[in-house]
Design a protein around this ligand. Structure first.
Ligand code: ATR
Length: 287
């Protein structure tokens, strides 16, 4: 597809950025939709981020994505951020208006909720949910849960103080019903649990695998992992072997991207199975 002088521009800003799947994802959608648009990887050192953000409107960008290590820095730098970005404390999507105003958004919560919905498990259907982890990814998931479900949530994190801080914040600011438990208290976490969500980095390539006793959890419980490298984390492999329905982390990646694509390029990208195949090939995994 030829890019003309009128092409709408976006890209992903990271350091490093070469590992990012976003150019493949958006590039595939741009081609599929036949758009006059471009989405490029932008390798930006941390110390240059503020300057680059300020320049994007002057270079005609419709927006951009932000990835590691820029999401929290961008949130602190930008004057206009949506509620999701404010609750998560991080910006993963920039939308630039025609007057040059940059809005920082966080589409990870939307991506998680949409991934669950499109897998047949809308968040509104769960009454008791167990969330593992209390980092940035947990904040996005908790925001999605607070917005889309009225479930009782139990939160477990290796560093309990972090989970307690998150519990207090999301209870006060969003009215979420959250209880903190000790990491490893699988018996209490498992009682009546309908959805288990891993938001920790455990299971990610190069990280230790998660040490959880799935026997303590009810048989029909849905297990979701936001880690997608590898697609089948050890948690998902074990859950599937035990007969649990599972949801991989790839859906969240795809659906968080949808929101930006629509805002920049003015059309809804085709979210079908083919895009999963494209991404898995790019990750060197067999679809
Ligand atoms: P992210 O922004 O991707 O969520 P993060 O803020 O570094 O990254 O959070 C990583 C999460 O994985 C945290 O919940 C972390 O637990 P701590 O708060 O105790 O650090 C969790 N995590 C990382 N390594 C872990 C391990 N070996 N065992 C248990 N939890 C771990």
């Amino acid at each position: 597809m030829t890019v003309t002088g009128k092409a709408k521009l976006s890209g992903v800003i990271g350091w490093p950025v070469s590992h990012s799947l976003s150019p493949i994802l958006h590039g595939t959608w741009i081609a599929r939709c036949g758009l006059d648009a471009a989405y490029i990887p932008l390798a930006v050192r941390p110390e240059n981020l503020a300057g680059v953000l300020d320049c994007l409107p002057h270079m005609g960008f419709a927006g951009a994505n932000l990835t590691l290590p820029h999401k929290e820095t961008a949130f602190r730098h930008l004057r206009h951020c949506d509620e999701a970005a404010r609750m998560v404390g991080a910006v993963n999507t920039l939308v630039i208006a025609s007057d040059g105003k940059i809005e920082g958004r966080n589409t990870d919560a939307f991506g998680y909720a949409e991934a669950m919905r499109s897998s047949g498990y809308p968040l509104s259907r769960f009454k008791r949910i167990c969330v593992l982890g209390a980092g940035g990814a947990a904040r996005a998931v908790l925001y999605a849960l607070a917005k889309q479900s009225s479930a009782d949530i139990v939160l477990l994190n290796r560093t309990r103080a972090r989970a307690e801080a998150l519990t207090a914040e999301f209870s006060t600011r969003m009215g979420a019903r959250i209880t903190t438990l000790d990491w490893g208290d699988w018996t209490s976490a498992g009682a009546g649990c309908e959805l288990l969500i891993n938001t920790t980095s455990l299971g990610l390539e190069g990280q230790p695998t998660i040490d959880i006793d799935l026997k303590a959890f009810p048989p029909g419980m849905v297990v979701s992992d936001i880690v997608y490298r590898p697609l089948m984390t050890s948690l998902l492999v074990e859950a599937r072997a035990r007969g649990h329905p599972i949801v991989t982390g790839l859906g969240m990646l795809i659906h968080q991207a949808r929101a930006g694509f629509g805002a920049w390029f003015g059309c809804d990208p085709p979210v079908e199975l083919e895009i999963e195949t494209v991404l898995l090939k790019a990750m060197g995994q067999t679809p």
